[in-house]
Design a protein. Structure first.
Length: 337
């Protein structure tokens, strides 16, 4: 198939596009900066796909990019919890979903895959997030933007569109061209320590997500929803994993309210000072109230087995080290690997 991919120079989109190319599909990227494509795809071991200059906020460029395509993967989104970018996030993500998914439906494309986020379903009404968990009312700009986009996608499904929605959890792994907050947080955890608190977080390998995307791009399946949170860890279990993989994990007892308060303070700091702080209010809400996802239906339907989280963590930390973003002293067990 010829597959149009939006967000193809981002973390999820680039890995998915590389897997699609490796599977023999003809991939076309809709990108604002075609010069970025070669740099992003070089480390992924495939030839750079065709790149068409355009923007997910420009309906005309989307229609041009769709010409001759059999399938669409919409992975483009502004991923940021920085309050300075709140207006950009809220203005971009829902509009991009409306433009790209709407144009794909109008063009009669089948299949269409939309990459949503577990953030759009958080907080859930129960102790586990499932495929039919209702879209939530998050507090952050990013969460609200993904929830609005998820509502747009579900409305298209309800109208009969052959649209698959994938809800990934926290995505980890190597070769992150934009150094997303989750991957950056992995470095922070080994440098500064793991806050031991309530809740927990998920580790989902970007390469596993790419395989799920590949297997989701199947025509004639109608509307589907796939939850893929990944492996869930309480904070003590995460510290154990970091110790096992990297050889270092300070444990920092942290009351949930203190973490959320610190997150609020950092949010204010980032409004006035041009710094990116790992601890944000939304991030601490996710951490201290984090719940499991039920991925069983997704894994069974697509015949996927998630790789061991230790492998994902090791590859993430090695990549951060190789990029000069982490010192070897922080991961003594990975010396020489």
């Amino acid at each position: 198939m010829r597959v149009l991919v939006t967000g193809g120079t981002g973390f999820v989109g680039s890995h998915a596009a590389a897997v699609l190319v490796g599977a023999g599909h003809d991939v076309r990227l809709l990108v604002r900066d075609p010069a970025k494509v070669e740099r992003v795809f070089g480390p992924l071991g495939v030839d750079p796909p065709e790149a068409v200059k355009g923007d997910v906020l420009d309906p005309a460029s989307i229609e041009r990019a769709l010409e001759g395509c059999d399938a669409v993967l919409h992975a483009a989104a502004v991923v940021a919890n920085d309050r300075r970018r709140a207006a950009e996030v809220l203005a971009t993500n829902p509009a991009a979903a409306r433009n790209v998914l709407g144009a794909a439906v109008a063009a009669g494309i089948d299949p269409i895959v939309h990459i949503s986020s577990v953030a759009s379903l958080f907080p859930p009404p129960g102790p586990v997030i499932e495929p039919d968990t209702p879209v939530a009312s998050p507090t952050s700009a990013y969460g609200r933007s993904k929830a609005d986009a998820a509502r747009i996608a579900r409305e298209l499904q309800d109208a009969g569109a052959p649209l698959t929605i994938i809800y990934p959890g926290g995505v980890w792994g190597p070769h992150d061209p934009n150094l997303t907050e989750q991957v950056r947080a992995a470095g922070t955890l080994v440098r500064s320590g793991v806050p031991i608190t309530s809740g927990g977080l998920t580790i989902l390998d970007v390469r596993d997500l790419a395989q799920v995307i590949l297997r989701s791009l199947e025509p004639g399946q109608g509307a589907r929803r796939f939850i893929l949170g990944g492996h869930f860890f309480s904070t003590p279990d995460l510290a154990d994993l970091l110790q096992q993989v990297g050889g270092r994990a300070r444990r920092l007892p942290s009351p949930p309210r203190v973490l959320r308060t610190l997150g609020r303070v950092n949010d204010v700091i980032m409004v006035v000072v041009p710094v990116n702080l790992t601890i944000t209010y939304e991030g601490m809400v996710f951490l201290t109230h984090g719940v499991r996802t039920d991925d069983s239906a997704t894994l069974e339907a697509l015949d996927i087995t998630l790789r061991p989280p230790a492998d994902t963590l090791a590859d993430t930390l090695r990549w951060l080290r190789d990029e000069g973003l982490l010192n070897q002293k922080h991961i003594p067990l990975l010396i020489g690997t």
